[in-house]
Structures are given as C-alpha cells and as structure tokens.
Design a protein around this ligand. Sequence first.
Ligand code: NAD
Length: 253
Amino acid sequence: MSEPSRVAIVTGGASGIGLAISRRLAADGHAVAVFDLDARAAEEAAASITEAGGRAVGMPVDVADREGVFAGVAAVGDHLGRPAILVNNAGTGAKMTRFLKLAPEVWDQVIRVNLTGAFNCCQAVLPHMLEAGWGRIVNISSSSTHGGQPLLSQYVSSKSGLNGLTKSLALEFAPKGITVNAIPPGFIDTPMLRASAERGEFGPGGIEDAITRTPVQRAGQPEDIAAACSFLCREEASYITGQLIGVNGGRNT
Ligand SMILES: NC(=O)c1ccc[n+]([C@@H]2O[C@H](COP(=O)([O-])OP(=O)(O)OC[C@H]3O[C@@H](n4cnc5c(N)ncnc54)[C@H](O)[C@@H]3O)[C@@H](O)[C@H]2O)c1
C-alpha cells in the first residue's frame, strides 16, 4: 500500500535515533523538517537527505524554547506545507547522578527539554493536524521507564511524564484521526549511548558486557527505532494509539 507524501517534523533529528528517523521518513516519501539545537548538524542532516533524493530542511530549534518552536512550525508550513507527522525525539539528561546531589537546575532543564519540549511541539503542531483531520505523533521515551533506574531520577521522571502525555493525548485526539504513541528505546548505539559508556556507566565490561545481557545479543541500531516509528506513522497503523511500543532487544519484557 503506497503512502501519501506528508510533512514530518523530527526534533533532535540531526543525530543518532532522530537522524535515522528523519532519513527513514524521507525514504518513505515524506518531506522532513529536522529540528535540532545544533544548527549546523540540522543543516547537514537535511543536506544528506536531499542528496539521497528526499525533501528536507534543517532548522535550529530548541524544543524548550516555546516561541522558537512556534516560529519553527510556522516556517515548516511556509517551506514544506502543513505538518502531519511529529516525532518528539529530542532528549537530554541521561547522566547518572546521585539523587541527593541532583541540582534543581539540572532537574528543571531535563524536564524542560524532555517533557515540556514535547508539550510545546504538540501544542504548536496539533492545530494543523486537527485542520487536516489526520495526524501521527510518536514520542521517543525510554526503556528506563519500564522499571525505573537508579541514579537517573531526573531522566526517568521526564520520560515517564512523556509516556503519560502520550496516553492522555491519544484519548483526547483519537476521535479526530490523530494517533499518539510512544517508543521507549533500550540500549541503542548512538552518540548518547557512547558518551554514557565513556563515563563508565555500563560498568567495567562496557558495551560488550551489556550486549551479553541483551536477549538478541546485539546493541540496537538507530534504524531499529526508525523502522517502528515509520510503521506507526503509516495509514494502516490508525488503530494503534496510546501505546508504548518497546524496541529494546528483549531487555524489557
Ligand atoms: N540511545 C539510547 O539507547 C536511548 C535509550 C532510551 C531513550 N533514548 C532517547 O532517544 C532520543 C534520541 O537519543 P540519541 O541516543 O539518538 O541521542 P543523541 O545525543 O545522539 O541525539 C540527540 C539529539 O537531540 C538534540 N537535542 C538535544 N536537546 C535538544 C533541544 N533542547 N532541542 C532540540 N534538539 C535537542 C541533540 O542536539 C542531538 O542532535 C532521546 O530522547 C533519548 O533520551 C535513547
């Protein structure tokens, strides 16, 4: 079944999982706006999609900056057309910290990006989806929300909030042709994961040791998340909403 070409926004779309999602949605025939804090990386991501024959623009957008988000979404309307797909992927704060040492500024910043950032983007994009009577929102949360994780209270709390936002919005907007789902990824080989390994957060055995504890016996690749996201954005996924679709190699069942 061929899909109509739509306009997608991918936040944090210039690196790791977001980059793979941007590329995959472009390969699916959608025009993609890459929103990222890193302006140059966003430009480069869009250029690589265009070189591969897709349509994309890169925009420097900090999801925590509400005005910037609304301006970015308006610019997408001007450059590519009305957005119909939103992937809230931008994330930060997965740095292990003892709870009693956690600075309130760090807590606020992680919530501001991981949760309020998605809130900003949803409020900016949903009016366009409502007008079209069709929309797909995919929130990239975290497998750490399944069972909690020590030393990551700020991150797990923000991503658990994102799961909750997913379920509430799914129920509110289901009658309008808009689905809202979350993918909580686990152990995906990206710059974020490599930085965590470099800080020693995987223990002395590092990533290799973590692979032996993963049922499918490999680290996930950003494309594993992109494949699930692509499916959730399809027409035929219209009966799936309010769900957390774990993509984690069997680490969380
Ligand atoms: N890699 C994993 O194993 C894993 C596991 C669970 C959840 N996740 C989540 O997946 C998402 C992508 O992670 P990744 O591993 O690809 O990380 P990454 O660090 O490779 O990429 C994150 C991207 O988000 C951008 N970004 C950060 N803050 C932003 C902001 N305020 N506004 C706009 N862009 C911003 C960064 O510039 C970067 O391009 C994150 O939300 C992360 O929490 C990753």
